[in-house]
Design a protein around this ligand. Structure first.
Ligand SMILES: [Zn+2]
Length: 119
């Protein structure tokens, strides 16, 4: 059982590809279970032609299907972060300025880890 549908996690460039990693999805579901409220995915899997990835020299964790951006802010963002850390997440991106605030979580094993960054 998954809290997230394939539609929520598929590439949004128009290709509609779904290559989200099963193990990452399982870890995401564990976090969602503890969060105990719906989480809005603003970005899940991204193919290499997705406009955000197309400008990068090398693919990020989204192209591995091992990353999500979750639309949370303020108290919810902190709550999500606490739960994610408790679940062993080793790579976190924080965008908590202005509108469209989100927390990026990923489970890439190819990219630098542990790490945290802001946008
Ligand atoms: Zn795509």
């Amino acid at each position: 059982m998954s809290y997230f549908s394939q539609d929520e996690l598929r590439c949004k460039c128009g290709c509609g590809e779904y290559k989200f990693d099963d193990e990452a999805l399982s870890k995401l579901n564990d976090i969602r279970r503890d969060f105990n409220r719906p989480l809005v995915v603003t970005s899940g899997y991204r193919c290499s032609k997705h406009p955000i990835e197309a400008v990068k020299a090398t693919g990020g964790a989204h192209t591995e299907g091992k990353a999500v951006d979750l639309a949370v802010d303020r108290a919810d963002a902190l709550k999500l972060l606490k739960i994610a850390l408790r679940h062993g997440v080793q790579r976190v991106g924080v965008n908590q300025k202005g509108s469209n605030r989100f927390i990026h979580l990923d489970w890439s094993t190819d990219l630098t880890s542990p790490t945290i960054w802001s946008y």
